[in-house]
Design a protein around this ligand. Structure first.
Ligand code: GYE
Length: 326
């Protein structure tokens, strides 16, 4: 919900836009309407359904809130994200938001934004910096909790097994916040229980194709894998295919815990091929627009805003599948 003052501004902005519409041709009013907030958003890439849903949520929320959105897509390149942010600074946008592809290496460009007095909001992924004043707020999922949930599920699933329980981890983009924090959360959740052994941890770049390829390699070198901890559904779904092609039953011979809860993941969970999914919610657009409007008005905002999410098991998944649009 918009706070009253933001709602009042919103009505004012719509009124301004409507007046502009009646006085000008569309071509004239398109670039920037008077009084309208302009934000520059740098997206990581368009590599998955999760990411596409994240993009759509931000674009839809901007349209609904009458925020002018300059949107760029970085094809998984930090260099491109940095140059997109530099271009937002040159264009004098009101607020910069971005989902940082990796954690480190943002200080210089964020210092330039700060010097230009443009507030920065991080969405989805976070950054590592010595200077927290370089961003105003960070909105996203609690990746540590997601990793903990996957570990707690694993411990519970194998509570009666004598062990050792051999785990392989398929991790996401090296250096990215979700890859680093989901692993840290998983280790925290295992809590030093020596019954659980991570016998291999390999990156599969959050990608389904890489998940399949890496899992096929792991299956050739290990015949004793009990659990796959895939840091997202796409890699887990790739692993499902690799396990089937190796003549084993995913979800039975080898258990699979993943993160995200995209539609394909929920279907695999319902079919028993994936066993557990911790949700990572990409639909951050409405929360992001609220933050942006508050920041624009000078209303203090929390440094950290978590997105709301849940966990799914085979027992509870069916009621959610039809509503999942991504
Ligand atoms: O889990 C993954 C995507 O940054 C949390 O990025 C996000 C992750 C998400 O590629 O599927």
């Amino acid at each position: 919900m918009l706070k009253p003052i933001a709602a009042a501004l919103h009505i004012m902005l719509i009124a301004t836009a409507l007046t502009a519409c009646t006085n000008n041709s569309d071509a004239e009013i398109q670039p920037a309407r008077k009084g309208q907030i302009t934000i520059g958003f740098s997206q990581i890439g368009e590599s998955s359904r999760w990411r596409a849903a994240n993009t759509r949520s931000i674009q839809d929320a901007a349209r609904i809130q009458n925020v002018r959105l300059i949107f760029s897509v970085a094809g998984l390149s930090q260099q491109k994200q940095i140059s997109d942010i530099q271009s937002f600074i040159l264009q004098k946008v009101d607020v910069i938001a971005f989902s940082p592809v990796v954690e480190a290496g943002w200080d210089d460009v964020l210092r330039a934004a700060k010097a230009a007095k443009i507030p920065v909001i991080l969405t989805d992924r976070a950054i590592r910096t010595e200077d927290p004043s370089l961003f105003t707020s960070s909105l996203g999922s609690d990746f540590i909790s997601e990793g903990i949930s996957a570990a707690v599920w694993t411990k519970n699933e194998f509570r009666k097994a004598p062990g050792p329980v051999n785990v392989v981890e398929l991790s996401g983009t090296p250096g990215s916040a979700p890859a680093i924090q989901r692993r840290a959360g998983f280790l925290e959740g295992i809590d030093g229980d020596t019954k659980f052994k991570i016998i291999s941890s390999r990156t599969a770049n959050f990608s389904r194709a890489d998940g399949k390829r890496v899992m096929a390699e792991l299956l050739r070198s290990h015949d004793d894998i009990d659990v796959v901890f895939a840091q997202n559904d796409d890699m887990g779904l790739g692993a499902v295919t690799a396990i089937e092609e190796a003549g084993k039953r995913p979800g039975k011979d080898i258990k699979i815990a993943t993160i995200d809860a995209i539609h394909d993941g929920l279907v695999a969970l319902s079919n028993g091929k994936i066993n557990f999914i911790a949700e990572c919610n990409p639909l951050v657009g409405p929360q992001l627009m609220e933050l942006i409007q508050d920041v624009f008005l000078g209303i203090p905002v929390p440094k950290r805003v978590d997105t709301r999410e849940t966990v799914f098991f085979r027992e509870n998944v069916d009621q959610y599948i039809n509503d999942r649009k991504y």
